[in-house]
Design a protein around this ligand. Structure first.
Ligand code: HEM
Length: 247
């Protein structure tokens, strides 16, 4: 999950184009504040904006390759004297189009999407003011999940009860505790996904590297985030740590 780009999670270029076409064909023309701004836009403007967004969200560099990249995009806002009301309406209607076009509604994707629209539209507003001199040769920005919060990086409150830990039998008190037989099965798929942005709970080397921190979180009950482990499970993890953490 940690590897998804915002572009892929959105549904790629088809989804972004669906959204921009809806925006420029349905919402923009009938809006008195921003409609006039786009009255003479080029017929492929929706595709151009989708290509820009796709590139920003980690997709192919279509806008740079086909339409002129950063310099072209910035030049299109120069001298337009946009107002804050127009900017805010542009963002609001694009978000409405995203909903209607079926783009993801999950908190992680939407937070990143809206953060970019707020940032980018405020730059467009700034660049459009009289006398503005934005740098003309910057790279196209690349946007990412907010605070690395990727899909699956938290346990959803609506998730069905997931695979329970401890599928393997707990070791006897004299038995040697090993990662493969006893420790790895303690971590659920959900636990693993929640932590993949930092390390892999199903990987021996990763767990060894972070063992002290994991143990302290298990002991104070702050991990897993949806409920502390019973004492005997924490004890097994501690026994493993104290016995040099064999694979
Ligand atoms: C994140 C925010 C924004 C992005 C990503 C964006 C993207 C773009 C791009 C890529 C172009 C150039 C398309 C081409 O190659 O011709 C463009 C042009 C333009 N943008 Fe923006 N824009 C943003 C915000 C805004 C806002 C807030 C407004 C006004 C309320 C606005 C008004 C315009 C106008 C009027 C054009 C020229 C359209 C034409 O006549 O061809 N943009 N925008």
């Amino acid at each position: 999950m940690a590897e998804w780009t915002l572009f892929d999670w959105a549904g790629g270029l088809p989804a972004l184009t669906r959204m921009t076409r809806l925006f420029y064909s349905k919402y923009v023309p009938e809006d008195p504040l921003i409609g006039p701004l786009f009255a003479s836009m080029s017929p492929d403007h929706p595709e151009r904006v989708a290509a820009w967004l796709g590139e920003v969200f980690g997709g192919p560099k279509n806008y740079s390759d086909r339409y002129g990249g950063y310099t072209r995009m910035v030049s299109q806002h120069l001298g337009r004297g946009l107002t804050e009301e127009q900017r805010a309406r542009w963002v609001a209607l694009l978000c409405r189009s995203a909903d209607e076009a079926g783009l993801p509604r999950d908190p992680e994707w939407r937070a990143a999407f809206v953060a970019y629209l707020e940032w980018g539209s405020r730059l467009a507003l700034e660049n459009s003011q009289p006398g503005a001199k934005p740098p003309m040769n910057m790279p196209v920005p690349r946007w990412w999940w907010v605070c690395d919060a990727t899909p699956g990086s938290r346990v959803s409150a609506l998730a069905p009860p997931s695979d329970e830990p401890g599928a393997a039998a707990l070791p006897e008190s004299t038995e040697r505790v090993t990662f493969e037989a006893h420790i790895r099965p303690l971590f659920r798929r959900t636990d693993r996904q929640s932590m993949l942005f930092a390390f892999d709970l199903w990987n021996h080397a990763d767990v060894v590297r972070h063992a002290a921190e994991i143990l302290s979180r298990l002991e104070n009950g702050s991990m897993p985030c949806d409920g502390a482990w019973p004492r005997e499970r924490v004890d097994i993890f501690r026994r493993w740590v104290e016995s040099s953490m064999p694979a």
